[in-house]
Write a protein that binds this ligand. Structure first.
Ligand code: IPD
Ligand code: CA
Ligand code: CA
Length: 273
């Protein structure tokens, strides 16, 4: 429990403490499995023309669901990327929203930047979230009202006020061809205004890095709920702001996300809207 004791103790409700500990435990368990598989030859299957799935995505998801079933009540629904079927879209009830391996393309190419992401969503908004980067052994933990934590220390977004001093991140969806013009336009407007742009290849990591002050902002379109459910709460709890591209309230069921240190939000929104 020492890996996430402070984060769990800061969680406002007793029930949520148990669920947050269950999510953190599941993420660490899955992360250990992914780390173990990292150096071994991979089994890569295509989900679409570009979208991959490896043995690690499937093994991690199975382990997360088993771990949550053991540590948390089993009346909580599950929405997990590799076993998702459209008929199980969550309603208002509680749902575990799981990306067992965010950054599969990095994993498949032996780039050690990827994460496990688990959130508990209720009324379509995240109540708690965990993002674990196994190769860096970095565990990001958050709960609504309980702050944002990295390896059990509180984290905050940056205080950067000027775009010229900002490092921002973005991502490219698998159906890039359907969005190419908009993505190139956004890049064309942002790139000359900021210090630089990063494309890390894992949206959950991008959001975690905004929360802990490594990036000043992140935007991406065509995302899925499991990419952002934990990360959007983490950024907000770290003092950041998260909206869609129109500046409207974000939920993980929206496809477009802009997450910033709050101070740069309007400036970035103007550039990408
Ligand atoms: C992908 C990553 C990537 C983002 C894609 C996502 P996956 O998730 O987060 O950074 O650009 O839009 O689909 O497939 O690696 O879990
Ligand atoms: Ca993902
Ligand atoms: Ca994934």
């Amino acid at each position: 429990m020492s890996r996430f004791n402070n984060a769990v103790q800061s969680c406002p409700s007793e029930e949520m403490k148990t669920l947050l500990a269950a999510a953190a435990h599941a993420a660490l368990t899955a992360g250990a499995i992914i780390r173990e598989l990292y150096d071994k030859p991979h089994t890569i299957k295509m989900k679409g023309e570009i979208d991959l799935v490896t043995e690690a995505d499937v093994a991690a998801e199975t382990a997360i669901i088993a771990s949550l079933r053991e540590d948390a009540p089993d009346d909580i629904a599950v929405m997990a990327e590799e076993s998702f079927d459209e008929t199980t879209e969550p309603g208002k009830g509680r749902t575990w929203v799981i990306d067992p391996l965010d950054g599969t393309t990095n994993f498949a190419h032996n780039i050690p930047l990827f994460a496990v992401s688990i959130a508990l969503v209720e009324n379509r908004q995240p109540e708690l979230g965990v993002i674990y980067c196994p190769m860096q052994d970095e565990l990001f933990v958050t709960s609504r009202g309980g702050g944002a934590w990295l390896n059990d220390r509180k984290i905050r977004v940056t205080e950067t006020d000027f775009l010229v001093q900002s490092l921002v991140a973005t991502g490219f969806p698998y159906d890039i061809r359907d969005h190419l013009n908009q993505i190139l336009e956004q890049t064309r407007s942002v790139l000359p205004k900021v210090r630089d742009i990063r494309r890390c290849g894992a949206a959950a990591v991008d959001l975690a890095y905004v929360a802990c002050g490594r990036f000043d902002g992140f935007w991406e379109m065509a995302l899925k709920p499991w990419d952002t459910a934990a990360g959007c709460l983490l950024v907000k709890e770290a003092g950041g702001r998260v909206t869609d591209f129109l500046g409207q309230q974000y939920t993980p069921f929206k496809k477009e996300i802009l997450a910033t240190n709050t101070r740069l939000h309007t400036l970035l929104l103007d550039l990408i809207a």
